[in-house]
Design a protein around this ligand. Structure first.
Ligand code: NAP
Length: 200
């Protein structure tokens, strides 16, 4: 099999759970920026959010695999799950650079909100050297460019990102349907494992 070539999107997120907005965003960014592959990278554990406990990485990884399986452009990496301690994007990009080799440009894709905090990220200068940054946001969200060199940062509104992981978790906890908001396989996985049922 020939070695993969072309630019790689690195889609970083908690994916708790992954939903159709994430998939549409990855597909749209791949098209607009000519990426031959988008690698989904679920964040690692331990990873405590201030307001809630994040689901076990085993579940978030499984749902990401299920959701991306049918698209040949999409791959999944466990670099952030396998590395102990909190996830820093500089480590994600170093690990993926080593995996894909020196010749394929990297584009780090994530929520525009998260990207806006880039100046607080560990070694953010190196993050900017390792990859171009693409922030995706939901409709109506004010797109404020992060205060870094504009040439390496792009912001894109993705209408399908009206779907959010927090709304899906709330729906499951309330017994409301999530069909058509997540791939069927992810819907079935959540029902089978009981994820989010006891979220308050
Ligand atoms: P988050 O705070 O959970 O999410 C912030 C917002 O962005 C939410 O509205 C979320 O919507 C959205 N979002 C997150 N990832 C997305 C994606 N890939 N595509 C579209 N929307 C997305 O953010 P997070 O998941 O913790 O962090 C996002 C990425 O930034 C991760 O790869 C993380 O490692 C990295 N990060 C790095 C540092 C650092 O290096 N110091 C600090 C913070 C974040 P949904 O909930 O619907 O996804």
């Amino acid at each position: 099999m020939p070695a993969a070539t072309g630019a790689v999107g690195v889609m970083g997120g908690t994916f708790d759970p992954i939903h159709l907005g994430h998939l549409v965003a990855a597909s749209e960014v791949a098209h607009r920026f000519g990426l031959s592959e988008v690698c989904f990278v679920p964040t690692g554990q331990p990873w405590q959010k201030s307001d809630r406990k994040v689901s076990d990485a085993v579940h978030r990884h499984a749902m990401t695999l299920i959701a991306t399986a049918s698209d040949p452009r999409f791959t999944v990496s466990t670099v952030d799950i396998d590395r102990p301690g909190p996830t820093y994007t500089v480590d994600t990009l170093r690990d993926l650079r080593a995996t894909v080799g020196p010749d394929r440009p990297l584009a780090f894709i994530t929520g525009a909100d998260a990207l806006n905090q880039i100046l607080t990220w560990r070694d953010h200068d190196e993050v900017l050297r390792l990859a171009r940054l693409i922030g995706v946001s939901r409709p109506g969200h004010r797109l404020t460019p992060p205060p870094v060199d504009g040439a390496s940062v792009s912001l894109i509104e993705i209408p399908a990102l009206a779907i959010s992981s927090s709304d899906i978790r709330a729906r499951v906890a309330d017994g409301r349907p999530i069909r058509y908001l997540v791939p069927d396989g992810v819907d079935h996985y959540i029902a089978k494992t009981g994820l989010y049922r006891d979220d308050v």
